[in-house]
Design a binder for this molecule. Sequence first.
Ligand code: DQA
Length: 149
Amino acid sequence: MSRLVLVLNGPNLNLLGKRQPHIYGHETLADVEADCRLLAGELGLELRFHQSNREYELIDWIHEARETAGGIVINPAAFTHTSVAILDALHMFEGPVIEVHISNVHKREAFRHHSYVSLRADGVIAGLGTMGYQLGLRRVAQLLDQAKA
Ligand code: DQA
């Protein structure tokens, strides 16, 4: 099974660090990527880290993952709450999928309480800040190891 893991980020996360820092913190997405790369090295994972404001681009990366990747860590951002298309794409991916939210979506507006992506995710992390990405990677690595054993 492939040790390649895709970390996918949805809309507005390119502005992490500048965007509502009282909710999302001061770290940039580049900081998150650097932390993920460091950890991926430790876990023996290969990493591809992407962000897009366009739904179709996230869907195309998920399709690509079908052929290449062992797992996906995804913060679909606002598409979490709207996108049946991303859910459908994830249903066609066979490896582990971990959904990450930097903020605790359950403590926020009611429209953030529902996630289409959770219908497919093997695990959901919310409210742990950007550490959620690293925990997501650790879980994917563990599931890949278990699948191999
Ligand atoms: C988010 C939570 C979503 O509700 C929001 O639309 C985002 C970011 C998070 O990481 O906390 O853009 O996914």
